[in-house]
Write a protein that binds this ligand. Structure first.
Ligand code: ADE
Length: 232
């Protein structure tokens, strides 16, 4: 899976792409992540990437030319998509993450200032994605969220593939609580069942915890789960 990130601030990705599971997945060639500075594609003599909005108003708008030239500087693979990170986009969900993980390439366009010229979006963007109903200072953090969540679904990126299936949202429920050593911490014990070695009982306990937590914290997901299981 290839991620191409078009940004005015490639240095924001340095720690992200060199650390932890994402860093390892890159080292092992399971994913490819490149960052390209939109500014270096500006044909303006001062490398200007933005301009005042037509119609007036606050803030600046990113110009089409540097964005288009950055995007077209490399061909897009056949099952690739161009995604613009924007609070106006479709909200990222587990289902969307799974869908994106089936593609061969994602070009992630990070906006700044007030936004990008609509003509760039109309001509070149396949999808707009938002990571939630709040406004960030730019698309970079949202692009990292997309790379991180989609990479986890790419085969072999997680050591233990089962952990991608087990966790919150994969089955429409929130995950059960986890415990590790010591069995008693400052007088607080781990639930007995987890020390029992009885795997059927452990699974039963985890399922019931998962249901309970989902019911109390996310009644919307709980209702959906019941409907899907034809329990309602
Ligand atoms: N850029 C600014 N806010 C954003 C958001 N909520 N999601 C994605 N990109 C953004």
């Amino acid at each position: 899976m290839i991620f191409r990130i078009l940004t005015l601030f490639p240095e924001m990705f340095d720690g992200f792409i060199s650390s932890s599971i994402i860093g390892k997945a890159i080292d092992q060639n399971k994913i490819v992540v490149s960052t390209e500075n939109i500014r270096s594609f500006s044909s303006d003599k001062h490398s200007k990437v933005d301009d005042a909005p037509f119609g007036g108003g606050a803030g600046m708008v990113m110009r089409v030319q540097p964005l288009k030239d950055a995007l077209l500087s490399k061909p897009l693979s056949s099952s690739g998509k161009v995604i613009y990170l924007s609070p106006r986009g479709q909200t990222l969900t587990h289902e969307k993450v799974v869908e994106l993980s089936g593609l061969s390439e994602l070009v992630l366009v990070c906006g700044h200032y007030e936004g990008v010229d609509q003509r760039f979006i109309d001509r070149y963007v396949d999808e707009e994605i938002s990571i939630g109903d709040y406004v960030l200072t730019g698309g970079e953090v949202a692009a990292m969220v997309v790379v991180d969540s989609v990479s986890r679904m790419v085969s072999d990126v997680l050591k233990n593939d089962a952990s991608a299936e087990d966790e919150s949202f994969a089955n429409g429920l929130l995950e059960y609580p986890h415990y590790t050593r010591p069995a008693i911490y400052e007088g607080d014990s781990v639930p007995d069942v987890l020390l029992s070695g009885n795997h059927a009982e452990i699974e039963k306990w985890r399922n019931s915890q998962s249901l309970e937590i989902t019911k109390s914290r996310r009644p919307d997901l709980y209702e959906k789960h019941l409907k899907e299981k034809h329990l309602k």
